[in-house]
Design a protein around this ligand. Sequence first.
Ligand SMILES: C[S@@+](CC[C@H](N)C(=O)[O-])C[C@H]1O[C@@H](n2cnc3c(N)ncnc32)[C@H](O)[C@@H]1O
Length: 297
Amino acid sequence: MIESRPEATGASPKAIRAHYDVGNDFYRLWLEETMTYSSAMWRDENDTGSLADAQRRKIDWHLRHSGADTATTVLDIGCGWGATLRAAAQARAPDAPPLLRGVGLTLSDAQAELGRLLATQARLPQIEIRIEGWADHRPAEPYGAIISVGAFEHFTKPADASPTKIAIYREFFARCRDILAPEARMTLQTIAYGDPDDEVPAGPLVEDIFPESELPRLPEILAAANGLFEIELYRNDRRDYGRTCELWAANLKARRLEAVELVGKDQTRRYERYLKFAAWGFWSHRLHLLRFRLKRR
Ligand SMILES: C[S@@+](CC[C@H](N)C(=O)[O-])C[C@H]1O[C@@H](n2cnc3c(N)ncnc32)[C@H](O)[C@@H]1O
């Protein structure tokens, strides 16, 4: 077993809440009906499908590639409002046994509260949403599949130098390996900095919106996973995230009056600027969106 290093947990619960506890009603205004807060997935650039359909495709990709659609126990690290876990229970592969236990980890009270309610309304008592960071999670039994989408971005801080980031990511992968059944898989989706020479000039804007969080670079992820997981595939779907951010921004624009009513003018403006900046980052190659399928070694 790896040693616990409490300082290696990236953004603090307080910093995470500063972002995600802005309010479920606010996020409901501009996310689509799945309440998924990460990049969607289109078939290709000619795919004219809706954001909601593309979010369902993304969830389905993670279920199939991690094996969560056949596993009887599934962990979602950074589960948001629980859409992926509900799909893991409801969208089983043909002839797969039912999902017996789906555990989601979030640091946001607001997400946990709504996620629990939605699981209850869907009559899915096997889903448990915990307010707990990955470093503190100690399950009694290993899981059959792990999914982590959009949480890795919070695991290190801006002050962490690259060797520290790699050590923290390695600790994360070692923990996942420890709590995953032999031969089982996990999928990971994360934003990453693009080419090392490309400048990302809006650091302070990102820090204002995502306090205490720093993005990884691909070589750091590869170094951290080396020997713990076999990287079976990875892809860079940055255009998917550029498109997702633009659609979120358009949704927020359409519901601007309600947004201002809920969270105020300044907060609404901060989100408008951040969505615009993020879309530019993905389109201009400065930000990448990486999706991995990893097999436990
Ligand atoms: C951008 S949201 C993504 C939510 C969801 N996976 C989705 O795709 O809609 C990031 C999630 O990561 C969670 N998170 C951040 N740091 C975490 C940590 N150290 N351990 C577990 N979850 C964490 C947040 O609470 C939030 O639920």
